[in-house]
Design a protein around this ligand. Structure first.
Ligand code: SF4
Length: 165
């Protein structure tokens, strides 16, 4: 049977708690109440369900089981974890790309209201990638750093430089 948690277990933020109480008063469901109402699947919850191809879903329930393709529980759990990380990273990579474009625009004086405030940090980060800093303006360094970051998106060869670092 699903267990309903206390509001304090949903969030420690008093403002969020206030909103969650109000939502309950109005009978509006939230991610928290829906999670409480959902009984987790034992097999999926343990990472032993695979639906990565059309031959499945395969549900493995005991040691030694394999999916239709021969994948073991260990393989499926590793795949599930890796794919979840890849999907999450991909979903957020556009934020990183926007940051790189914003850095470029700031370096070129095209981002109204933005400026390079932490020059020491800029020089330190540029140093990670062997970008020349001595005798150069912060904007020049930032422009090179932005170009380096922008080039990482869709890169076809070699390891991503921030990941490599
Ligand atoms: S275990 Fe293999 S066959 Fe089954 S869904 Fe996953 S990839 Fe497909």
């Amino acid at each position: 049977m699903p267990k309903k948690r206390e509001i304090k277990d949903y969030s420690t933020d008093p403002a969020a708690q206030q909103m969650l109480i109000r939502a309950e008063e109005l009978g509006i469901g939230t991610a928290f109440t829906r999670a409480d109402a959902m009984v987790p699947c034992n097999i999926g919850g343990a990472g032993m369900c695979c639906k990565q191809c059309g031959m499945g879903p395969c549900r493995l329930t005991k040691s030694g089981d394999t999916g239709v393709c021969g994948a073991t529980i260990d393989t499926i759990q590793a795949q599930n974890l890796t794919r979840a990380i890849a999907a999450g990273s991909a979903a957020h990579s556009d934020h990183g790309r926007d940051m790189a474009f914003l850095l470029k625009a700031t370096a070129q004086g095209e981002a109204q209201g933005y400026m390079i405030r932490d020059v020491a940090k800029l020089r330190m980060v540029a140093g990670y990638y062997n970008i020349k800093v001595d005798g150069r303006k912060p904007e020049e360094v930032a422009n090179d750093l932005a170009d380096l970051y922008i080039a990482q998106f869709g890169q076809q060869r070699r390891c991503s430089m921030p990941a490599g670092r």
